[in-house]
Design a protein around this ligand. Structure first.
Ligand code: SF4
Ligand code: FES
Length: 338
């Protein structure tokens, strides 16, 4: 009961939610879920100090609190602003927020190449989704985009600085999950770049997590690169007894082959239990794992195309023998998956 009294009320896009004091607007919105949740490119729940870098999560605080109802004068980064009792926030219902987000996307794309057709992150890239929602067809930037040669971070990780949006998530993984930090952001402003100080290999059991936390295709898995498009693969949750990490992963299948192994992401694209390099890079046989169930993927995600939990063949197939024959393989596969 005492706990109940401590909760504070906040209204986001007209929906009221009760949260603990100290909760950020972003996390309060996540508690409601759905379309009103602001996008977040740099905040990551399990990385201490993350957030406040990318500005994609901007919202309008139209009422500060019950005690001081004045609106906040500027749009606020929802990942870094705590809720107050009686606060009212606008995200999708504010024209101002939508237009600011459009501006943020334009800034993020100033140097980011539109190489989605050849980028391994395509289909699960936060910036790609954001660009579809808020981007415009043409850039107003007249200067040349800055370019870098791809850098090999050891034998398992590839860095494409061209695609980096400087969200700092990978730096925090290196800082917080490994014992010695060998990589960080060098220089300032337009010159900033992720570096490993003379391209030193990032040699640590948990460093593979930089791939999972990178919101774009700047850090990719060399053991998966160019092997397939993510929407042709089928994610399945699996686990194994691992003495280094939780051993809970998602296996990405193409046919019978495990093409890659990643940590399990929640509906906001975040991994909560980080996995070790052995699970990620060295266990690519089904026999290494105990399979659980198909991974749940948002119905709006391109990864969900072609899938699979309950295939309902159009009624016409059941009635038409010729169609049944031509779809035999697909129907058999469906039976197996039931
Ligand atoms: S490489 Fe990826 S995770 Fe690291 S700062 Fe750049 S965008 Fe963020
Ligand atoms: S997610 Fe809030 S500033 Fe990046």
């Amino acid at each position: 009961m005492a706990e109940e009294q401590n909760k504070i009320k906040v209204k986001i896009d007209g929906i009221t939610v009760e949260v603990d004091p100290g909760t950020t607007i972003l996390n309060a919105a996540r508690k409601i879920g759905g379309e009103i949740v602001p996008p977040a490119m740099c905040y990551y729940t399990n990385l201490e100090g993350s957030g406040g870098k990318c500005r994609t999560c901007l919202v309008k605080v139209s009422k500060g609190s019950e005690a001081d109802p004045r609106p906040m004068p500027k749009l606020m980064a929802s990942c870094r602003t705590s809720v107050m009792d009686g606060m009212e926030v606008q995200n999708v219902t504010s024209e101002e927020v939508q237009s600011a987000r459009k501006g943020v996307v334009e800034f993020l794309l100033i140097n980011h190449p539109l190489d989605c057709p050849v980028c391994d992150q395509a289909g699960e890239c936060d910036l790609q989704d954001l660009s579809y929602e808020h981007g415009v067809g043409q850039s107003r930037y007249e200067f040349e985009k800055r370019t870098f040669e791809p850098i090999s971070l050891g034998d398992k990780i590839q860095l494409h600085m061209n695609r980096c949006i400087l969200c700092y998530r990978c730096v925090m993984v290196a800082n917080q999950l490994t014992e010695k930090r060998q990589h960080g952001i060098l220089y300032r402003g337009e010159m900033s770049e992720i570096s490993t100080y003379i391209e030193q290999a990032l040699d640590h059991d948990f460093i593979g997590n930089v791939i999972d936390v990178c919101p774009v295709g700047a850090l990719t898995d060399k053991t998966f690169r160019f092997k397939n498009r993510v929407w042709f693969t089928k994610p399945v949750n699996a686990h194994r007894n691992c003495d280094k990490c939780c051993g809970k992963v998602t296996l990405w299948y193409k046919g019978e082959d495990v093409l890659r192994v990643t940590g399990r992401k929640d509906e906001f694209g975040e991994v909560h239990e980080f996995i070790c390099n052995t699970c990620r890079f060295d266990k690519k046989q089904t026999a290494d794992w105990i399979l659980e169930k198909p991974t749940e993927i948002a119905s709006t995600s391109v990864i969900n195309s072609n899938h699979y939990t309950s295939f309902n063949p159009p009624a016409v197939i059941a009635k038409n023998e010729k169609l049944q024959l031509t779809n035999q393989e697909q129907l058999k596969r469906t039976e197996r998956l039931k």
